[in-house]
Design a binder for this molecule. Structure first.
Ligand code: BGC
Length: 743
């Protein structure tokens, strides 16, 4: 038996970046891992490359008896969906005490937006444009999950998507590579902290590599096909940002890219990830995605699939069992070199070392800490803060010359109507880990807390599917008796997320009809749109005076919504995904190309639809506040730059309304002429500022030479001389513009 507990602490990622002390730790780690690999049989090595799930029973996770036997035989290196200190301690004991070498297990889980305390879905949180708060969410999620015996999260999901039909947009940051990259970095830093062996952190896993968000027609798992230029310019940057932030692991995607499924794609997993980007952690597949290369049609059977995957650069097989079943034979047949197996095992063991598991396999397993951390005040307070900041005010028109929002504290009676009004489970949103629905503050409860003197009545009115209208009459009656109606409409938690693509993305079921019936009463209506994706809500926008997009906000959802409605918090969220008018406009995104026939209303033969405008319902970057902001005096430090010069941009933003508020000031550039066509706008900077009524601030940006670079005609990444437009404004469709040239 190997002496496991000899070595302490961490290993720095690259030797060059190590301090003297870390260097000696690195060589200790190398020596330890070398000796371990020497000791291991081929079967044990393959075991380390195998990840199995623990299933769920009524009361919690349970491990399939076969997996338990495999675990004892040293044929499992990691488990997922296993959590709680008591449960994972038992499993870790088997690994440490009952296997020949006693190598500790990794415990992974989809901690996507919280573990037990749930934060807003990632797409909602992206709308804060606040990197500090996003990082803090990841830090606190890690703290809570690690207290529950976990050491690895399958997040951040950084797939750019321009198609809201795809249910998994809920898990990402939206459509923009620049913002998506900053968020990817913040999340990795938040989860991993500075030291993986800190038992309050988790190892992160950036996913799904690559381009999973570009599935054809928004149908999950569907084909992805794009030029290398688009791949590199739009889809790859957030994964790269996560790698640069030191993410420990990468998950492959289910889709193919250029005809080769990602889990067998050497171009992605070796040439780009390892050779170009220098990724030093390990690559895990998505769930059975090696096996799925058979139906994809690039291999005839699972043995060939295992060969393709491991030779492409996969280090760990999630749930497919193909490595365990076939790698030994493939090595014996000379189809896979043992050197490749050793390389994969080394990366996995290095991570176990960095997590401190060889020093103490149980250091994530502390029952006292678990009790103390789960649902602690720190987590609940943060859940409320981030939920408020994620909310996007879409419309707030006056009714009888007075805006409906914020709702006056003097309001006497409020009717709350809709399937999300008195609902806990669905407010958690998709992928809510072990979120506890019982702890969710409903919208009804939130309103009661915020408006203690008002009479608040509730009617569900309709469900999330089908055409049952039996509840309409009660809903209409409830509305009639109130001064103000708040409609809580949208998707349930299963209507977005994995395997939840939709071909129509309006309000599901008969909810819009319910809204229409209530609207007919003539009562003032505020619509809350609560969903995991942008919905097509053109009728609502035309007909309802106040519209608030709340997404799925997690544990403190109802309180956050009520505090926005009351004005205790002035909404500041800005969309990070374009809202289409109808499904026919999809894919729709702000950083599109101009075409050779840009839109002209009077000219039929220009690029447009004959039945819907080109413009979206709400553009990227859009979101209102209870106050108003004006932008003035856009100027540049110079109008010509050369080579390595940077350029200062400034604009004065003033709060011209009656409330203190926050504004996300956005900077876009357009490269007017390139050796290949360039987008009409690209986000290159933003600042979130806070202003009191009447206050103004000069907001400054720097445009660096790197901001002007792109993949030119010969695919070199550089800036080309010429003219650039700079636009600074409140969203991608508005703002003042100024020009400069690069000589
Ligand atoms: C999803 C991944 C997830 C994995 C493990 C898959 O179906 O695509 O995002 O991490 O399951 O739960």
């Amino acid at each position: 038996m190997i002496k496991r507990f000899l070595f302490a602490g961490i290993v720095c990622l690259s030797v060059a970046a190590c301090t003297k002390e870390e260097k000696s730790k690195t060589s200790e780690a190398d020596a330890f891992i070398d000796s371990l690999i020497n000791e291991m049989t081929l079967e044990e090595k393959i075991g380390q490359m195998t990840l199995y799930t623990s299933g769920w029973d009524v009361t919690g996770p349970t491990l399939n008896e076969n997996y338990k036997e495999e675990l004892k035989a040293g044929r499992v290196g990691a488990l997922f969906n296993a959590h709680t200190v008591a449960y994972n301690t038992d499993l870790q004991k088997i690994a440490v005490e009952e296997t020949r070498l006693g190598i500790p297990l990794l415990f992974g889980y989809d901690v996507i937006h919280g573990h037990r305390t749930i934060f807003p879905i990632p797409l909602a949180e992206a709308c804060t444009w606040n990197m500090e708060i996003i990082k803090e969410t990841a830090r606190l999620s890690a703290k809570e999950a690690a207290a529950s015996g976990l050491n690895w999260t399958f997040n951040p999901m950084v797939d750019i998507s321009r198609d809201p039909r795809w249910g998994r947009v809920a898990e990402g940051s939206g459509e923009d590579p620049y913002l998506g990259s900053l968020i990817a970095r913040a999340r990795v830093q938040g989860y991993q902290g500075d030291d993986l062996s800190d038992p309050f952190t988790l190892m992160a896993c950036v996913k799904h590599f690559a381009a999973y968000g570009a599935a054809q027609a928004g149908r999950d798992y569907h084909t992805v096909d794009m030029s290398d230029r688009v791949l590199r310019e739009t889809y790859l940057p957030p994964y790269k940002a996560a790698i640069d932030a030191g993410v420990a692991t990468v998950m492959t995607s289910f889709n193919e890219v250029d005809g080769v499924p990602a889990s067998g794609n050497k171009y992605l997993l070796t040439e780009i990830l390892r050779d170009e980007w220098g990724f030093d952690g390990f690559v895990v597949t998505d769930y059975t995605s090696i096996n799925e290369m058979v139906p994809h049609g690039v291999v005839a059977n699972e043995k060939e699939a295992a060969e393709l995957a491991v030779n492409a650069g996969v280090d760990m097989d999630m749930q497919g069992s193909v490595f365990n079943d076939h790698l030994q034979k493939l090595v014996e047949e000379g189809k896979v070199e043992e050197k490749r197996i050793d390389e994969a095992v080394r990366k996995i063991l290095e991570m176990k070392w960095r997590l401190g598991l060889f020093e103490d396999p149980y250091h994530y397993l502390d029952e006292a800490r678990e009790k103390e951390v789960l649902f602690s005040k720190e987590l609940m307070d943060h859940s409320l803060a981030v939920a408020k900041e994620s909310i996007v005010l879409l419309k707030n028109d006056p009714v009888n010359s007075k805006k409906l929002l914020p709702v006056s504290k003097e309001v006497k009676s409020i009717a709350l109507i809709g399937p999300l009004g008195d609902n806990q489970q669905d407010l958690l949103g998709t992928w809510h880990a072990s979120g506890d629905a019982g702890k969710v503050v409903t919208v009804l409860q939130g309103l009661k807390n915020e408006f203690p003197d008002a009479k608040i009545t509730y009617a569900q009115g309709a469900g999330f599917s089908g055409d049952d209208r039996k509840g309409f009459a009660e809903a209409v009656e409830t509305a009639r008796k109130a001064d103000l109606v708040i409609m809580a409409l949208g998707e349930n938690y299963q209507q977005s997320g994995e395997a939840a693509s939709r071909s129509e993305i309006g309000l599901p079921g008969v909810q819009q009809e319910l809204l229409q019936a209530v609207h007919k009463t003539g009562k003032p209506v505020v619509a809350l749109v609560m969903a995991g994706r942008p919905l097509t809500i053109e009728w609502i926008d035309e007909s309802i005076p106040a519209v608030v997009n709340t997404w799925h906000l997690g544990t403190m959802a109802g309180q956050a919504i009520a505090e926005v409605l009351s004005g205790k918090y002035n909404p500041s969220g800005k969309l990070t995904m374009t809202f289409p008018r109808n499904v026919g406009q999809i894919p729709i995104f702000y950083n599109m190309k101009n075409t050779g026939r840009p839109f002209q209303a009077e000219n039929k033969y220009t690029s447009k639809y004959i039945d819907v405008p080109n413009e979206p319902l709400y553009p990227f970057g859009y979101g209102l506040s209870y106050t108003t902001f004006t932008y003035n005096g856009l100027k540049l430090s110079k109008t010509e730059v050369t080579g390595n010069d940077s350029l200062e941009v400034e604009v004065t933003v003033e709060n011209t309304g009656e409330y203190a508020g926050e504004e996300v000031v956005q900077l876009y550039i357009q490269d007017l002429v390139g050796s290949v066509t360039r987008p009409v706008k690209e986000l290159k900077g933003f600042k979130k500022i806070s202003l009191k009524p009447g206050e103004s601030q000069v907001v400054k940006f720097t445009i660096n030479p790197d901001d002007l670079k792109f993949y030119t005609r010969d695919m070199s990444f550089k800036a080309e001389p010429g003219d650039f437009m700079v636009t600074v404004g409140p969203n991608a469709a508005e703002g003042d513009t100024i020009k400069f040239s690069l000589k």
